[in-house]
Design a protein around this ligand. Sequence first.
Ligand code: IVH
Length: 697
Amino acid sequence: MTKSPSEHSLSEARAEHARLHKEISAHDRRYYQEDAPTVSDAEYDALRFRYEELEKAFPELATAQSLTKKVGAKPSEKFAKVKHAVPMLSIGNVFSDEELEDFVARVRRFLGLRDGSLRFTFEPKIDGLSCSLRYEKGHLVQAATRGDGYEGEDVTANVRTVGEIPQRLDGDHSNVLEVRGEVYMTHKDFAALNARQKESGKTLFANPRNAAAGSLRQLDPKITASRPLHFFAYGWGEASMLPSETQMGVLEALRRYGLPVNPLTTLCDSAEDMLAHYQAIEAQRATLGYDIDGVVYKVNDIALQERLGFVSRAPRWAVARKFPAERATTILRGIEIQVGRTGALTPVARLEPVTVGGVVVQNATLHNEDEIARKDIRIGDTVVVQRAGDVIPQIVEVVKEKRPHGAKPYEFPHICPRCGSAALREIDEKTGEADVVRRCTGSLVCPAQAIERLKHFASRNAMDIEGLGDKQIEFFFDEGMIKTASDIFTLPAREAHMSPRLAEREGYGETSVRNLFAAIEARRRVPINRFIYALGVRHVGETNARRLARHFGDFESLRETASVAEPGGEARARIDSIDGVGPVVAEALHDFFAEPHNEREIDALLKEITLEPMPAVASTSPVAGKTVVFTGALERLTRDEAKAQAERFGAHVAASVSKKTDLVVAGPGAGSKLKKAAELGIEVISEDDWFARTGQG
Ligand code: IVH
C-alpha cells in the first residue's frame, strides 16, 4: 500500500517527489517531442496527481523548478526541423490587368516565343498555409510546413490526423514524390471552432488561415485531430518521376492518387482568358465556403517552367493575382512613434478596433511625417482603413466631414521619444532635398535602436538564433544581460554566475534555458553572408550581403576595404564596382566600418564566433565563379535566359569583355567583343559548347 503523502517524513516526500519529477518529465518528452507516449493518459494523470498532492502536504517541495510552476511553458517548445529537398519558394504578385499582361509578355520574351501557343493553368490561391507531403513508394512518410522556404517544421503526426490527406497513394509509386499544397479551414468549421473557443474562455482566431495554422502547428496532435482541416494539392517538390509533362497533367494525376485538387483549376490560352477567369472567380468568391486571396497562374508546360527557372525567391513561370484591398472606417485614437534599427521614426496609427476583410485591425502604418501632413491626418479623425493580403493595414484617407471640433494638425516629434536625442531629416547633398524619414541621431545611446539591432542580428534570415525572438531580446536587454550582439555569445558563461539563475526566473524553465544555450552554441559557426547581413549595415540586405561575401571571400578583406573607403578613393571604387552594389551601399559600408564603436563590437564578436564560407550555389559546375560574356546572336537562348542560366550555374555575367572576363560565349555576328577577347587571350566558345560545358547536353 502506498502511504498517503501526509504520512511521509519530509525526506521521504522529497525522495518520492524527485523520482516523480524525473518520471513525469520523461513522459512529457516522449509525448510532446517524440510523439511516442509509453503510458495512457490516465496513468500519466495519476502520476501528476500524486506529485501535486506531495506538494500540498509539503509546500517546501513546490520550488520554482516544480513542474506545477511551469504554467504555459510547454515541455517542448518546438517541432523538429526538416530541410526541404527542393526549396518552397514564394511567388510574385500582380495587382492589375496590365501587370498580368506584362507578366505574360515577360514570359514570352524570356522564352523567345513571339507568337505561338503558350498555356497557363489557372488555380485559386487558397488562403491557408503551405505544406509539403513526402511520399515514399506511395506511403506518407513526412509532412513539413514551409518555414523559411528552406527549412520547415516536422508536422507529420499532425498531418496524419487530416482525413483528406491519404496515408497511402492510390496506384503504384516509384520512390519519392513530394506533394505540395495548402492546408486550410472552411468558413463553417472556422465559425464553429471560434464558438467553442469562446465557450471555453479561450482566445479567438482572427481568421480561418490563422486557425488552420494554429491547428496544424499544435505540439499535441490530439488537438490537431479535433480541428477540421482540409487540403488542396497544387504542386510538387522532390519527385523521382513526374506523371506528366504539364502542370495540369500532374494535378490530374495527383487527383487520381487520391489527393484533393481544387475543382476550379483550369487551363487558359491567352491573357484575355486569364483575365476572364479571374473576374469570374472574384464574383464567386463569397460562395466558395473557404478563403481565397487571389488566383495563381502557372506556365503549363513543365519543360518551359524549367527553362524559365527562378529569380531570387520566386519562379519566373508563375504569378499570383491578388484581390484588391478591403476597406472599413474607424477612429484614429492616437499616433505612436516607433524607433527602428537605423533610427527611423515610424508613425503607427492606433485605431478603434475594426474588422476589415474578416480581420480585426487595431494598428495601421502611417509611413512617415510627410504622409501624415499630405493626408492631414489628425488624432480623433474618422479614417478609411484598407488591407490587402498580408500587407500591413494602411490609412487611405480622412473623412473630413466627421472631424471633431478643435482637432489640431499632428506635430511630428523632433526628438527621439526613446532617448531624447535630436531626430533629423538628412539632406541629400546633390538634390538638397530632405529625406522623407526622420531619424534619431543617438545611434549608440538609443535603447530602441540597440534593441532593434539585436532583434535583427538574431533573426531567422540573419544569425538565426532559435529561442531568441523579439520578446526574449527585449527581456534580456531590459535585464541588462544582453546589450550588444557579442553579449549573446557570452551569456551562457555569465549566466553560470548569476543569482538567481535564469531557470529560476519567471517564464524560463530548465528546458527552455538549455534549448536557448544550445541554439546559441549552434550559431558559433555561421556562413559569412549571414554574418554580414546580421550586422545590419544600412542598405545591406540579404542579396547585397551575398554579393559582398562572394566578392571579398573573407570578412577581413571586406572590413579592411570598407573601413578605408573614403569618397573618391580606390577602396570606394572597388566596392562601387561590385555588380549590383552601388555608391549608396559603398557609403553605408564605409560609415559603418569606419566607426570605432562598430569596430570594437566586431572584434568582440569574432572572438566568439567562426565564419564559414558562403554555401556554394552549384559549385560543382565548371563555370561556377567565372565571369562570362555573351555576344552575337544566340539561337537556343534569349539573352535574359542565358544570363539566368549562367547565374544558376554560379557564373557571373558581364556586359563587356575585360581582363576580368573568363569566358566569352559567341554566336553568329559577334564583332568587337570577339576581337577584344582574342587580344586578351580569353577563351571563346559557341552556344552549343556552352550547353555541353554546363552539362545540358
Ligand atoms: S504555387 C513556386 N499555387 O500562396 C510556386 N501557391 O504566395 C509556389 N498558395 O506559399 C506557390 N494556392 O502557400 C501556389 N494554387 C497555388 C496556391 C499557392 C495557395 C499559397 C502558397 C504559397 C503562397 C504564395
